[in-house]
Write a protein that binds this ligand. Sequence first.
Ligand code: GRF
Length: 200
Amino acid sequence: MSDFKLGVLISGNGSNLQAIIDKFKDDDFIEISCVISNKENAYGLERASKENIDNFFVDHSHYDSRKDFELHLIDILERYNVDLIILAGFMRILSEYFVEKYEGKLINIHPSLLPKHKGLNTHEKVLKEKDKLHGVTVHFVDSSLDGGPICAQSSFEVGTKDVANLEEKVHQLEHEIYPRVIEEIAKGKLYLSNGKVIKE
Ligand code: GRF
């Protein structure tokens, strides 16, 4: 069986990228083929370089349109024959064109228990609404913002008023759940069928 290839899109620190690198470093089936950032100084690019993973900075501001930018991303992803695209802190909205092209092959991790708290500043929103539970969601991406079919969620009791503390707990959960879901998809145990997530 040929390798299952991941393309990871980032914009920043890349702690989720690191968790995925660590999990699949010695895997003989799943491999990270390429990492792409739309931010030049994203620390995740350094993490990729340290592991000898091909990585690219694609500056979205150099393109006339979102589609031109995405065509460049697609060019790289196709060059590497990527099987699954992982959004790991990628801070650009993707067009319907891109999302539909990769339906079922494009996943995102979001720092809240979706459908609660879409968008940014989720920890602050959790505190403001006095939520009892907080957590993370991995979902297939569709053209709604943070709204695609859910692959998996993981939660914890809030029990603090400190944003930094919530962020730390969320990251811990993210670093467990994201590699786990990626492995399930790679092994065909989790997939999208007619817009619904199937788990075997
Ligand atoms: C994570 O909290 C993820 O849920 C969100 O962006 C953050 C990325 O963190 N989409 P990192 O760059 O992986 O450290």
